[in-house]
Design a protein around this ligand. Structure first.
Ligand code: HEM
Length: 498
């Protein structure tokens, strides 16, 4: 009996000691921004300034926006917050944003995203990898996205677009994100994996299913991600992986079998995979890529490429349905330009559609597919204004969504107005006030391809259909668990054949 009591007392002391330790640890951590003279908000244990992931009502980017608005109204040019106990620096002033992303880039080379190359090889892709390894890979992959290569892939895009049109072919209500998701899955599946998927024809499409699974983790997946991001070293030691094993095996096998098939049958195509195969077989050993590295890059092109562009097109058509005058104007431009190119949609014709570019820019302003981006301080940095040191390892969030909705930069930010992006109006703003593809050496490598595929999808659809709001979708709200821009509700639109 007495033994039991002493055991209970020991456990009690241990638990109490642990609670006191955690409390003091947090209290110490929470003094850090004050000691650097950086404006901050009062944090609480255990989430710091972030929301409880189990009960949050808004997205992280909307939450960042409310912090940004609050601090900017008090005259702050930057601020420091805590994600759990980790320090996060948030620049507000666009000159500071520019410093972090471009001018002082050598201090902010990495994103600080958790990845585990050994146990989860597909996670070692261009978005996640760091330092010199990233620099070398970025240099090798950059030629994959030149305008010459884009021109070669244009034909694949229009072919996938035609399949989309064949599948619609009538007046009805459609889940527009699903339609556009099938289109971009087909395009990227074709360009990155060399596979003719035709998601519209087949009931079951593993690429579409596994792609969705990789983009939309369940609650356990989200909690695991938060754990891995907060305790990166511990997670590596525990050999935790983020990507589901089944998803990972699927994509690794898809790349390996396609490469084998092409090499055995001597097949060459104008796509990303072909360029990656050339890097695998190059005689220059410094530039050679392994099969594992190729698989990781194909995977990231697929993930980064299909969701971002289908989101951009979805919101674009949603806004065009609500703004019929803008829809008519952009359609007029499309019809006239195609007529001037002998009735055919060409790469050059697409580049001439200036108003379409304005419409897409305004969509990406209101609904940036990637609403905030991260950097990690890779070398101690003298903080602007305060002059104190930001320690290596500190994370930085660039609040893209908040900047794009800042009333001081964009009057009436909730109004969809493509005129904001006319040549004249564009020059009146700071160049870092529009960041849909990020900025600086770590910006989006696929922006040209993303824009091209979004424009092709929009042109083909707008040429044949009028888009109108559907009574099934009256109001949209953002999915609180989404890291990328995503809605809770399905976006239904009525399409009418012209
Ligand atoms: C509308 C379409 C797209 C949007 C809005 C978009 C947006 C972004 C953003 C905001 C970033 C982060 C940039 C930064 O941190 O400064 C990024 C990075 C990246 N994107 Fe895109 N993206 C799009 C399409 C694509 C496509 C089609 C691909 C590939 C085929 C792609 C591949 C990547 C990669 C690999 C990175 C990481 C680059 C690096 O770290 O070096 N993206 N994208």
């Amino acid at each position: 009996m007495s033994l039991d009591l002493s055991a209970i007392l020991s456990i009690w002391n241990f638990v109490l000691g642990f609670i006191v330790f955690v409390y003091l640890f947090y209290k110490y951590k929470f003094t850090q921004w004050n000691s650097k003279n950086i404006p901050t908000l009062s944090p609480s244990i255990p989430f710091g300034n972030m929301q409880n992931p189990l009960t949050r009502k808004t997205t992280t980017y909307e939450h960042l926006k409310s912090i940004y608005d609050h601090m900017k109204a008090r005259g702050a040019k930057h601020l420091g917050i805590y994600s759990y106990f980790n320090m996060v620096y948030v620049p507000i002033d666009l000159e500071i944003v520019k410093k972090v992303m471009t001018t002082d880039f050598q201090h902010f080379v990495d994103r600080g995203v958790y990845f585990n190359e050994k146990d989860d090889p597909l996670s070692a892709h261009l978005v996640n990898i760091e330092g010199d390894k990233w620099r070398k890979l970025r240099t090798k992959l950059t030629p994959t996205f030149t305008s010459g290569k884009m021109r070669n892939m244009f034909i694949i895009l229009t072919k996938c677009g035609e399949q989309m049109l064949d599948a619609l072919n009538e007046t009805k209500e459609v889940d527009i994100k699903e339609i556009l998701g099938c289109f971009t899955t087909d395009v990227i599946g074709n360009c990155a994996f060399g596979l003719e998927l035709n998601s519209f024809a087949e009931d079951k499409n593993d690429f579409r299913d596994f792609g969705k699974k990789a983009m939309k983790p369940n609650l356990m997946g989200i909690l695991k991600l938060i754990f891995c991001m907060t305790f990166q070293k511990l997670s590596l030691a525990l050999r935790l992986r983020i990507l589901d094993k089944e998803v990972s095996n699927f994509f690794m096998n898809a790349v390996a079998s396609t490469i084998t098939y092409r090499e055995e049958n001597n097949i060459q195509r104008n796509d990303f995979l072909q360029l990656l195969i050339e890097l695998k077989n190059t005689n220059d050993i410094n530039n050679r890529l392994t099969l594992q590295e190729i698989s990781a890059q194909c995977f990231v092109f697929f993930l980064a490429g299909f969701e971002t562009s289908s989101t951009a097109m979805t919101f674009c058509l949603y806004e065009l349905a609500k703004n019929q005058d803008v829809q008519n104007k952009v359609r007029d431009e499309i019809v006239k330009t195609i007529q001037n190119h002998n009735g055919i949609l060409t790469y050059d014709g697409l580049s001439e559609m200036k108003y379409l570019q304005q419409v897409l820019n305004e969509t990406l302003r209101m609904y940036p597919s990637v609403p905030f981006v991260a950097r990690k301080c890779t070398m101690d940095y003298s903080l602007p204004i305060s002059g104190k040191l930001m320690k290596k390892g500190t994370r930085v969030f660039i609040p893209i969504y908040a900047i794009h909705h800042d009333e001081d930069i964009y009057e009436n930010p909730q109004v969809f107005d493509p005129e904001r992006f006319s040549d004249e109006n564009k020059t009146k703003r700071h160049p870092y006030s529009f960041l849909p593809f990020g900025e600086g050496p770590r910006n989006c490598i696929g922006s040209r391809f993303g824009l091209m595929q979004s424009k092709v999808g929009l042109v083909l659809l707008l040429q044949k259909y009028r888009f109108e709001p559907s009574s099934k979708t009256e109001k949209i709200t953002f999915n609180p668990n989404g890291i990328l821009m995503d809605t809770k509700e399905t976006i239904w639109l009525t399409i009418k054949k012209l």
